[in-house]
Design a protein around this ligand. Structure first.
Ligand code: PLP
Length: 408
């Protein structure tokens, strides 16, 4: 299943997302269903504002509000909102803990993976030179080029360009060698595009060391497996960026930048709460910083094998329901890198089940309760990580209903 195909059919993508060239991956999944039944709120804003809530059988998609935070994350957010602390101290203390968990020299919490990429790149460009920090995105007199493989040069590369850096696109190691010059600042690798490129992660790191140029990895949505949290630091990447509000189930507007001590220090000069830099707008509050830490801790301590088994069970409940309809074809797939979790593809023979993919998606969306799924070229695609306990039965029932209604 090609990510591009999924995106093409995801009618919920905002215009900006669509403009990024269809290369945005759909963002990962949930580690475990939220356990707590929501307490009855004092004020129901979803109702008051007429906001649609839905069963999320699509995955941790940014426009669908990412993931649901772990209860432990919500608790720490509520608790920490009642006291003051200095942001830098919170970042120092949390950063040391995150770095230890992820085998990095240093780390801190950013406003998502995108801002981790912007700020990390900014740090590479400026180093500890405060004057340069104040000049970005004007790179006159500084290194200004970032080398990227052709298949990695998707919409996300714009995060690198935010700093003023120019992208130099190459395909082979030989081309990379020729592209390196005194202006080369960094080598950027988009993890999910790894299998499609000619240069592997390991080779990328080796090339960086050979030429003495820092390497950065964007692995936003690339857990599970949990080992990815330290694998690339162990491999020798100088900087690694990941989203906090996808599979890690931290605050949606949080992420982590980790890596070499000097580069993290330089990135922080370009970051809030410091001002007079390009990062000041990418603010993270202490609640989110602490919430990010608790989410990471919880994620690392999750029984991932058990969780995987649970996802497969949820999928088979929905799959078995859909298969009851004559002409329906189901397939379970696991994307290799990004959103590496079991997905259920449901397609159908159009002469036996007379409904278009779009019609089915909108029937599910407009039904009660509303259900979101993804579309792909052959039909619909489900990701069960975001389901709360019991929702798999509702999804199975609704899909069976709609397919039965349409069957000839
Ligand atoms: C989601 C994503 C981002 C952006 O991450 P945020 O945490 O939403 O800022 C960047 N790169 C890739 C590959 C992504 O999937």
């Amino acid at each position: 299943m090609k990510r591009r195909e999924v995106i093409k059919n995801l009618s919920l993508l905002p215009v900006t997302g669509a403009l990024l060239g269809g290369a945005l991956p759909l963002n990962s999944m949930l580690a475990a269903p939220a356990e707590a039944a929501a307490a009855k709120p004092k004020r129901d804003l979803f109702k008051e504002l007429g906001l649609r809530t839905f069963i999320n059988a699509a995955g941790t998609i940014t426009t669908l509000s990412g993931s649901l935070m772990y209860d432990e994350v919500i608790e720490v957010i509520n608790y920490s909102a009642k006291e003051f602390a200095t942001i830098n101290e919170v970042q120092d203390k949390v950063g040391a803990k995150i770095a230890a968990i992820c085998h990095a020299e240093a780390a801190y919490v950013t406003a998502g993976c995108w801002s981790a990429v912007v700020l990390g790149t900014a740090g590479v460009l400026t180093g500890m030179d405060g004057n340069k920090v104040g000049r970005l995105p004007n790179l006159e007199g500084m290194k200004s080029e970032v080398i990227v493989q052709k298949t990695h040069s998707s919409g996300y590369v714009h995060a690198v360009k935010n700093t003023g850096a120019k992208i130099v696109v190459i395909e082979t190691a030989e081309e990379l060698g020729k592209a390196v010059n005194e202006k080369t600042a960094m080598l950027w690798f988009l993890n999910y595009a790894g299998p499609e490129g000619k240069i592997s992660n390991e080779e990328w790191v080796t090339l960086g060391k050979k030429f003495g140029i820092p390497t950065m990895l964007d692995m936003a949505a690339d857990v599970p497996p949990v080992e990815n949290l330290w694998k690339y630091n162990d491999m020798g990447y100088d900087l690694v960026a990941i989203s906090g509000g996808k599979a890690l189930r931290g605050p949606q507007s949080a992420g982590i930048l980790m890596g070499k001590k000097n580069l993290i220090a330089a990135a922080r000069l370009n970051s809030p709460p410091a001002a007079g830099n390009i990062g000041r707008g990418m603010k993270v509050n202490k609640e989110e910083i602490l919430g990010m830490y608790v989410a990471l801790e919880k994620y690392v301590n999750t029984d991932h094998d058990k969780e995987w088994k649970m996802w497969e069970d949820l999928i088979s409940i929905i799959e078995n329901a859909a298969k009851k309809v004559d002409g329906v074809i189901t397939k379970v797939t696991v994307p290799p890198v990004c959103n590496h979790t079991p997905h259920l593809n449901i397609s159908w023979e159009i002469n036996k089940v007379k409904i278009s993919r779009g019609q089915l998606m909108s029937s599910l969306r407009n039904g009660d309760p509303s259900i979101e799924v993804q579309g792909n070229d052959n039909g619909i695609l489900l990701n069960v990580f975001m389901l709360k306990p019991g929702q798999e039965k509702i999804v199975a029932k609704r899909i069976l209903e709609e397919l039965t209604k349409a069957s000839v």
